[in-house]
Structures are given as C-alpha cells and as structure tokens.
Design a protein. Sequence first.
Length: 295
Amino acid sequence: MAEWHIGVIGGSGLYQPGALDDAQEIPVGSAFGKPSGPVTTGRIAGVRFTFIARHGPGHALSPSYVNYRANIDALKRCGVTDILAISAIGSLAEEMEPGQFVAVDQLIDRTTGRERSFFGDGIVAHVPMADPICPRLSGYAIKAAKKTEATVHETGTYVAIEGPQFSTRAESLMYRSWGAHVIGMTAMPEARLAREAELPYALLGMVTDYDCWRDAVADVDVADILAVMQANADIARNTLQELASVLPKTRKASPIDTVLETAIVTPPEHWAAEATTRLDAVAGRLVKAVPQQGG
C-alpha cells in the first residue's frame, strides 16, 4: 500500500492558481534531454498531483518536437505513481461529438521519427503493450469526469499521427476503416514510455472536432478546436478535483509497477555503466540494486 501521486500531462490551464494547495513550480532535469518545461506540484484534497505542460509554456512545441522521454523521466524523478494524460482529440465516430470526452483504451501508432524507448543502448527491454491503458486509473478518471456531468465515452481506439498537419480525407477514411474512433498527435510514444517507466497510464481525450471524413462538414479548423478546448477547460479541471475524491485512500500495487522485471533481456553482467546511469529514475528500482559493470 502507498500514497497516490498522480502525474498529469496536459495544458498549463489545468492548474491555474488556487487549484492546488501548496503549489510549487520546480525545474526538473532529465538524463534524456530537456523536458517541455518545469513541473508544478501540489495537493488536491490531500492527493499529490504533479503537472507538466506537454507543449511547454505558451504551447511552443509542436507534437513532433515534444521530448516525450524527458517528460516521462522527469515525472518519474518527481515520484509520480500513475500518469493521466489529458489531450485534445478529433472524432472519427459520429457518436463521439465535439465537447464530449473519451476515455481511450486502445492505441494505434502512426508516428514517425520520435524516440520511442528508454532502452536499446546498453540495456535492452521489451515491455508488453497489448493493453497500453491502465484500466484501474482509467476507471477512476471516467468516474470523476461523470461527476462533473460531462458526457464520457468509456472506450475508444486512438490513432496517433505524426502531424503537425491534420489528416487528408483519404487518411481519415482509412483510419475509420481500421476501427479507430478518435485521432490525435501525442499519445504515442507517451504511452509506450510510461509503460517502460513502470507508470500506469490513462488518457482522457477532449473531442474538439470531427476529423475530415465527413463530406458534409468543412475541413478541420484550428479556431474551432481552440474554442471547444476553452469551453472544456473547466470540465477538465473539475475532473481532476473529482479524481482526488474518488481515488481510494491508499494505492494498491499494480502489475505495471514491476513490468520491467520480466522485460529486460540484457543480463545484468552486460549492462553498460552509461545505460544504468541514464536509467537511474526510469528503472532505478532495478539498476540501483546491481553493481555497475561493463562499459
């Protein structure tokens, strides 16, 4: 049993002054480069929350330029136990309307050129990703969002595209044919890296628009997206307040907490010293228990 410490990845508007008790903004470094910005940590109804703005202060980073590894590593260094991502998404399904929320439960990765793993240079690991979303944390997020009277779809498959451009109509129709329900640009490799860092991950998506598969509807427009995001900001903030109230008082262990125990295939005697140093937070539970060897 342990305390919950929820890491939240989303926009800076989620933690406006007054939302957190004892709020502190802290610069955090990472062995994997520069995170998107400082973290803001504090408590909501006694539960520790630590926030990082995915796109940086002022939304200065496009999805392709976000250092996902550094962000996850920084949250791990802060001691978070679980991660809730809050993201804007487009809809590929008629029933998932702008203004509604989707608790994503599956992911399709169409991103290219992003660093997808903490491992591979000195220590190799293969974590399972069949079910990339933590059902326990997602369930609490759903319960919390419903308490705000938001319309929440409890499942949905998210296709992650590279961006920053939106899809062509042919691509949008193809993703629908694959069974995808929503589309975005940031869930991957974020979810992959959270799993490698042994952090249960859930994603609550805010539907901002219908993607361009609907012939009778105009192309995706950024102004419309921003308007819906602004309208939903209070719901997202209230959801975090409610999440603090629906979480059990103590956190029971999750299988994801120890996923690396069967994922690392490089024998400890062959672990490179440089790799163990880089992984002192992500896999610190394991690498700190083994004397550094190799080089």
